[in-house]
Every structure is written in C-alpha cells, then in structure tokens.
Design a binder for this molecule. Structure first.
Ligand code: HEC
Ligand code: HEC
Ligand code: HEC
Ligand code: HEC
Length: 284
C-alpha cells in the first residue's frame, strides 16, 4: 500500500509542480499579449485595432501614446502622462440632466478622466505626444489639437482624431454617459469618508489608517481583499479646484483599466458579465 501511495503522492506533487510551471510558462506570453493585443495599441496593427500609426518614426511603440519616462504632464492623475490634457470646463456633464434621484455632486471630469478624454472626446489628435520617441523631440503642447501629424490608417479616425464612426468617440457632451467626476455613494456623511449618504452603495474602503486621506477603492473580491488590486474599483481624490463635491470620486478609470484585456478594458475579470461591474458599486 505504501509503495502505491508514495508514487501517487509524488505524482500529485509532480502534476502540481507542472501546473505551477505551466502557469509560469504560459503567464509570460499572456503578459506580452496584454495591451499590445488591444485597441489601445496604436503603434501597429494587431488584428483588433483598426486605428494605428503607419509612420516609421513611431517604430511600433505602444506606451508612448500615453506615457513617457521623462518630461510628463504632472497635472494628469495618470502616471507619467505624455499628452496635453483637455480643459475640464469644455464638457457638458451628467449634472445638466438634473436627475431627480442623484445624491452626489457631479463636477467637472477629474484629471484621470481628462486623460481618457484627451483621445476619446475626438477633439484632439491621438498623436498629441509631449515627448515623442528619439532625442530632442519634446514639445510641451504635444503638437496641440492636431498632434504630431503622423500618418494614420483606420476608418474610425480622421487625421488621427477619433471620428463619429465609433461610439468610442464620446464627444464633449458627457450627459449621455455614466457620470464621472461624481462623488462616490452620494458623498460621505458629515465629511466622514468611509460612510455613504446614499445607502444603495457598497461602502468604499482604504488601507488601515488611510480612510481620511486615501487612496480608496471599492473591493470587488476579484483579487486579495484588504489591499488595492487593479481589479478593484478605484476611487480618485476630489479635484484640487473643487469647491462643491468632496470625498472619493468615480472617474473613467474606476471601471476601466486601459491595459486590461477583460472585455472592453474593464477592471473586473469577468468584464461586465452578469452586470458584475455595475453591482460592484450599486446595491440593486
Ligand atoms: C491608452 C493609454 C495608455 C497606454 C497605451 C498605456 N497606458 Fe499605462 N496607464 C494609462 C492610464 C490612464 C493609467 C492610470 C490608470 C489608473 O489610474 O489605474 C496608466 C497607469 C499605468 C501604470 C501604473 C498603474 C498600474 O496599472 O500599474 C503603469 C506601470 C503603466 N500604466 C504602464 C504602461 C506601459 C508599460 C505601457 C505600454 C506597454 C502602457 N502603460 C500603456 C494609460 C495607458
Ligand atoms: C491615445 C489615445 C487613447 C487614450 C488616451 C485612451 N484611449 Fe481608449 N481607445 C482609443 C482607441 C483608438 C480606441 C478604439 C476606438 C475604435 O476604433 O472604435 C479605444 C477604445 C476604447 C474602448 C473600447 C474598446 C473596444 O473593444 O471597443 C474603451 C472601453 C476605452 N478605449 C476606454 C478608455 C479609457 C477608460 C481611457 C482612460 C483610462 C482610454 N480609453 C484612453 C484610444 C485611446
Ligand atoms: C461606472 C462605470 C463606468 C465609467 C465611470 C465609465 N465607463 Fe466606459 N464602459 C463601462 C462599461 C460597463 C462598458 C461596457 C458596456 C458594454 O458592454 O457594452 C463601457 C464601455 C465603454 C466604451 C465602449 C463603448 C462601446 O459600446 O463600444 C468606451 C469607449 C468607454 N466605455 C469609455 C469610457 C470613458 C472615456 C469614460 C470616462 C469619460 C468611461 N468609459 C467611464 C463602464 C464605465
Ligand atoms: C465605481 C462605482 C460605480 C460603478 C462600477 C457603476 N456605478 Fe453607476 N453610479 C455610481 C455613482 C457614485 C453614481 C452617482 C449616484 C448618486 O450620486 O446618486 C452613479 C450613478 C448611476 C446612475 C444615475 C443615477 C441617477 O440618479 O440619475 C445610473 C443609472 C447608474 N449609475 C447605473 C450604472 C450601471 C448600469 C453600471 C454598470 C454598467 C454602473 N452604474 C456602474 C457609481 C458606480
């Protein structure tokens, strides 16, 4: 019996090891296939994106459309941001609908949403790049609204700007989009972040001792609970110029991770299957 159990046990160990190794081996190509295999790879065709730059000057780069290692725009809430941000005052917000059931204050889109809108409002070319590849290619305005003038291909863009062939071109009227720049859960009760004026929400969370200062998130349980994961719903600090709303805010990147391969760049592993994204925040 012992001679039988031993090999069995060993076989179990071996297959467990193989599983771990197999994961490690397959994880590498999966990582490499991340953002490169999405519509957010604007440097070359990958079969998914129909908009990309054909100019050799870009040399198939991926990150440069959004990040730079040096000389970034620090007013963006996105790290090492490589694009000129649009002005937050240009947008018609959800507040204009005067929805009778809203509890939180809807303000201007925050700096992380402006990062998305710097392509998605269709007003600025996607090749607006502050620090272009190569030596001495810095331009604080990234070439302005017309961008750097690289050669583009793809039906959903015109001269590098998203056009109305795609619903991804949100425009500057955001009243028909889920509110952004909006207080989470109706705002905190008596200024105590971590509480909700609107009870129809999952409570926000933060690391121990950091509820007053953030960073905050809504725990989804997709990763480890108790620490912030990219699959949690990230909440953002209120805008510095904000005189109305306080507390953690919902912005584009609360629901979306621009590098994710989960559905339409969703944070939740399941995308929005069974409305998991909606139910991460709303208790309905
Ligand atoms: C379409 C725009 C876009 C592209 C392209 C892009 N990023 Fe990002 N990245 C963002 C935004 C927006 C954030 C902030 C997201 C947030 O708040 O979670 C971010 C955050 C990050 C972060 C910090 C947060 C994290 O998730 O770890 C890292 C690191 C990063 N990006 C690396 C990269 C690299 C490397 C590439 C190229 C392979 C790349 N990004 C391409 C938009 C982009
Ligand atoms: C550098 C320009 C750029 C930036 C910055 C950018 N995007 Fe995009 N995004 C695109 C393009 C191009 C597409 C493809 C549009 C099309 O052809 O329909 C796209 C598509 C998408 C899609 C739809 C994906 C699909 O499969 O249909 C989502 C969702 C999205 N982006 C979210 C975001 C969010 C959220 C941010 C900010 C965190 C962001 N994007 C920042 C260029 C950008
Ligand atoms: C509250 C969550 C949430 C916020 C905030 C949010 N989105 Fe989305 N977005 C979604 C979900 C969920 C989908 C997928 C809908 C579907 O499956 O058709 C989506 C889809 C999209 C698409 C693809 C549209 C299509 O039908 O092809 C784009 C582009 C996009 N979002 C960009 C943005 C940008 C830019 C912002 C900020 C201005 C933003 N989103 C804010 C949840 C959100
Ligand atoms: C990151 C958290 C979060 C996620 C995820 C989220 N929402 Fe929201 N949603 C909010 C907040 C905060 C408000 C503002 C509510 C308020 O202040 O009354 C809101 C507002 C709304 C409103 C407008 C309510 C009104 O009174 O006018 C609707 C409808 C809505 N969400 C539907 C959805 C749907 C559908 C999804 C999934 C596609 C979704 N939400 C995902 C946080 C979220």
């Amino acid at each position: 019996m012992t001679t039988l159990t031993k090999p069995k046990h060993l076989a179990g160990l071996l297959s467990a090891t193989a599983l771990v190794l197999g994961f490690a081996l397959t994880a590498q190509p999966a990582l490499a296939a991340g953002i490169a295999d999405t519509k957010h790879n604007l440097g070359s065709s990958n079969g998914k994106n129909i908009n990309y730059v054909t100019s050799a000057a870009l040399n198939g780069e991926i990150c440069v459309f959004c990040h730079t290692p040096h000389g970034s725009d620090t007013s963006a809430a996105a790290p090492l941001w490589n694009k000129q941000l649009p002005s937050g005052t240009n947008y018609t917000t959800y507040a204009s609908l005067q929805s009778g059931t809203m509890d939180g204050v809807v303000g201007k889109p925050g700096a992380i949403s402006l990062a998305c809108l710097s392509c998605h409002d269709g007003a600025q070319a996607m090749d607006n790049i502050i620090n272009a590849p190569g030596s001495g290619q810095y331009d604080a305005n990234g070439g302005g609204a017309a961008g750097r003038g690289y050669a583009w291909t793809g039906a959903n863009q015109t001269a590098g700007k998203l056009n109305s062939n795609t619903v991804a071109m949100l425009g500057t009227d955001l009243s028909n989009d889920h509110p952004v720049g909006v207080e989470y859960c109706g705002g905190p009760v008596g200024g105590n972040i971590g509480t909700c004026r609107d009870a129809d929400f999952v409570l926000p969370t933060a690391a121990a001792g950091q509820m007053a200062t953030g960073p905050w998130w809504v725990d989804t349980g997709d990763g480890t609970s108790g620490s912030r994961q990219k699959t949690d719903m990230i909440l953002y600090a209120a805008k510095a110029d904000r005189t109305d709303g306080v507390g953690p805010q919902v912005e584009c990147a609360s629901c979306h991770d621009p590098h994710s391969t989960n559905g339409l760049f969703m944070r939740r592993t399941a995308g929005n299957a069974n409305s998991v994204t909606c139910l991460s925040c709303h208790v309905k």
